[in-house]
Design a protein around this ligand. Sequence first.
Ligand SMILES: [Zn+2]
Length: 138
Amino acid sequence: MSDQQTDRWTEGWLAGIQRGSRERRTGEADRAFWQAGPCRAWCTTIHQDGDRPEDRYHYSNNLSVTLRTEDMRESDPTEIRIHLMQHERERDARLHLGEGEMRGFHLTLNEAESLMENIAQVIKMAANDTSDNQLHAA
Ligand SMILES: [Zn+2]
């Protein structure tokens, strides 16, 4: 009789039970096996062995700005959301800016910095505008 080998899935499941959770991870230091190192400091994602390769992203929490002059989106006010993301195989983090996960833009940190500078510039232009912006009656 040969010893019964425990497969990776079962190993992860047992590790999860020991942690008191349903998370399955069998990598070093309680990480998913596919993680080459620890999560990014800003990552709030719970990774598991079974995450598909295309889903192996580190994500930060969302920051959002409610847009008071835009139409509602279904039953919620429109919000711009930003978060950091980095695939396990990517060298650098990118910033996602959009309404949700699917719509929006992915910016490198340099692009995000340029955008931020441009926004600051137009805000400054508006703040420094001393012209009378009221329409004059004839
Ligand atoms: Zn992570």
